[in-house]
Design a protein around this ligand. Structure first.
Ligand code: SAM
Length: 284
């Protein structure tokens, strides 16, 4: 059984290198080869394609990525794993392991300012900061295939008005077309995490789905709308420092009811509000 074989390999590696899984660094290693293969397949890599892996761990997914012939760059924070990766990836000359913290890495520089894909089983304690950093920096990425907690995957793909629709949903849907590909049970990992995981494919858009006059304003509105979910939108604008007249003018301009709650707005509506706010500011 291939699953058992992989489990044995992981156990062997852990024992041989005397590893202690570091919970604080979100270390849950995949032990199912079919899952590893399916994640790598979703990245749809051709020989020579640059791909960035975040947190290679002991190199399980890294190996599957390397097998496609892609040019793999993997950033791992835990120095204890470096000798392990040296060993598990010794037969590949298309893998580059970088020791570092992905949140402190100049990724554009690392990837040579050229288009690339991302494929990673992300450390769950920093999933959102990693994804937001990658997207906001407008890196020349084509596709991100990321394994995250199922609940986070559902937030990324949530629709307006749903309980889990939030700033992450809007940002991910603004920059990409997200799709949940499949779910993974805790027993596919060692040690087993407490939550179910899911693989999400984020295809980066060439153009945003809505055009806005000021992108900063758009994200300011989004942030305000979700920071006080229970407030009506008119009160949210007031809390963001807009005068009473300003609130009335902005709402009249975009034709949105001030009694609605921000968490019900679609991307189009957020864009309409942001532009109305921009126009109002220009008149002042
Ligand atoms: N890719 C492996 C797998 O699928 O079995 C391991 C995935 S494990 C969920 C997350 C990995 O990310 C761990 O190896 C951990 O050490 C690493 N990691 C945690 N924080 C990191 C950071 N800030 N930068 C780079 N790697 C990090």
């Amino acid at each position: 059984d291939a699953n058992l074989a992989t489990l044995e390999v992981v156990k062997y590696v852990v024992k041989r290198f005397g590893l202690h899984m570091n919970k604080r660094l979100g270390q849950n290693f995949l032990i199912r080869p079919d899952v590893v293969a399916q994640i790598a397949d979703t990245a749809d890599l051709k020989p020579g394609d640059p791909v960035l892996e975040i947190g290679p761990g002991i190199g399980t997914l890294t190996q599957a990525l390397a097998e496609t012939g892609a040019a793999v760059t993997a950033v791992e924070i835990d120095s204890h794993l470096l000798p392990v990766l040296d060993k598990t990836l010794e037969h590949y000359d298309n893998v580059r392991i970088i020791h570092g913290d992905i949140l402190k890495t100049d990724i554009a520089e690392l990837m040579g300012h050229k288009p690339f894909k991302v494929c990673a089983n992300l450390p769950y304690y920093i999933t959102t900061p990693i994804i937001m950093t990658l997207l906001e920096e407008r890196l020349p990425m084509e596709r991100l295939v990321v394994m995250v907690q199922k609940e986070v995957a559902e937030r990324m793909t949530a629709s307006p008005g749903s309980r889990i629709y939030g700033a992450l949903s809007v940002a991910v849907q603004y920059y990409t077309q997200p799709e949940i590909i499949f779910e993974i049970p805790p027993k596919a990992f060692m040690p087993a995490p407490e939550v179910t995981s899911a693989v999400v494919c984020l295809d980066v858009r060439k153009e945003p789905p809505v055009s806005v006059m000021e992108e900063k304003r758009f994200f300011q509105v989004v942030k305000a709308a979700f920071s006080q979910r229970r407030k009506t939108f008119a009160n949210t604008l007031k809390a963001a420092g807009v005068s009473k007249d300003g609130v009335a003018a902005i709402l009249a301009d975009c034709g949105i009811e001030g009694s609605r709650r921000g968490e019900t707005f679609s991307l189009d509506e957020f864009a309409a509000i942001a532009d109305a706010w921009t126009r109002y500011n220009k008149k002042q």
